[in-house]
Write a protein that binds this ligand. Structure first.
Ligand code: NAD
Length: 298
């Protein structure tokens, strides 16, 4: 498997594709944004004029798109990637989307004789750049074995959650918890600062106490506490509020369909909706702290 098509070169897709180029694969890339394509070409990838052109001679196709509708359109529309790929190509969708859409697309791929896995990721843009992502895979064991050599160049943990769609179910559980933890961490830091505590000192204390969690230790939402986080660059880059809101919506839909209560997931989805509507949709999701402290970074 030498020739890879990579479609969707945003905050996550670009560094993932770069790691495949660095590992020596021939990578054909496509994105609707020409600047995204240009930056990959500079790294050694080959530009394709369209998604169908990118996949025509590829052994494997990786997609990293924002949401359901982008994935459905790219895969299912007439003339889409399933109509253009060569026989035997493997499809790997790394986007975070609804489990039932992942199953629908995998079924369509299978009807045309293609193997496909859903392989959403965790680890953020820093993990994508460092090649340390966690892949959460749904699909057959055989397809996962085929994908492994590629996934290992972009990540360090690979989990097989179950059949098609299972990767998305696990990913949505994780991101609902992430949204809750980020909102909670922001609230705790804001409370301490309101009492005159230094946010860095408070973060150090909680990171060694029972409130420790990833949003506090790796992705701290308070500016000035940690270098290299979106909070340290005015909440640019990273994982957009609109994407977190999408994931919290997916979590609520799957909670309804399984009749599983998710009261905190419901509440935090409302918080992110208000935050997005207040003008923060394109900022990193850690900017939720600005809901409590609007003057941060101004
Ligand atoms: P992004 O918005 O930065 O990038 C998406 C890219 O897809 C854009 O460059 C856009 O131009 C491109 N695109 C959209 N439709 C296209 C099409 N039809 N053909 C070609 N390109 C198309 O998003 P992102 O942050 O890279 O996230 C991508 C996915 O990964 C989302 O599902 C997100 O939920 C998930 N995710 C993101 C993070 C993160 O930290 N950013 C972490 C884990 C998972």
């Amino acid at each position: 498997m030498q020739h890879i098509a990579f479609i969707g070169l945003g905050n996550m897709g670009a560094p993932m594709a770069r790691n495949l180029v660095a590992a020596g694969f021939h990578v054909s890339v496509f994105d609707l944004a020409p600047a995204a394509v240009a930056s990959l070409v500079e790294a050694g990838a080959t530009a394709a004029a369209s998604a169908s052109a990118a996949v025509q001679t590829a052994d494997a196709v990786i997609t990293m798109l924002p949401a359901n509708k982008h994935v459905q359109e790219l895969y299912l529309a007439a003339g889409g990637v399933l109509d253009s790929a060569k026989p035997g190509a493997l499809f790997i969708d790394c986007s975070t989307i609804a489990a039932d859409v992942a199953r629908q697309v995998a079924q369509a791929a299978s009807e045309r004789g293609f193997a496909m896995i859903d392989a959403p990721v965790s680890g953020g843009t820093a993990g994508a750049a460092a090649g340390t992502l966690t892949f959460i895979v749904g699909g057959s064991e055989a397809a996962l074995q085929q994908a492994r050599p590629l996934l290992e160049k972009m990540g360090k943990n690979i989990f097989h959650a179950g059949e098609a769609g299972a990767g998305q179910v696990a990913k949505i559980c994780n991101n609902m918890l992430l949204g809750i933890l980020m909102a909670g961490t922001a609230e705790a830091l804001n409370l301490g600062v309101a009492h005159g505590l230094d946010p860095k000192v408070l973060s150090d204390i909680m990171a060694k106490s029972s409130g420790r969690n990833w949003t506090l230790e790796v992705y701290n939402p308070w500016p000035g506490v940690m270098d290299g986080t979106p909070a340290s660059r005015n909440y640019t880059g990273g994982f957009g509020t609109a994407l977190m809101l999408k994931d919290l919506g997916l979590a609520q839909q799957s909670a309804l369909s399984a009749n599983a209560p998710t009261p905190l997931g419901g509440l935090v989805r409302q918080l992110y909706q208000m935050h997005a509507q207040a003008g923060y949709a394109q900022q990193d999701f850690s900017s939720i702290v600005q809901m409590l402290q609007p003057d941060l970074n101004k």
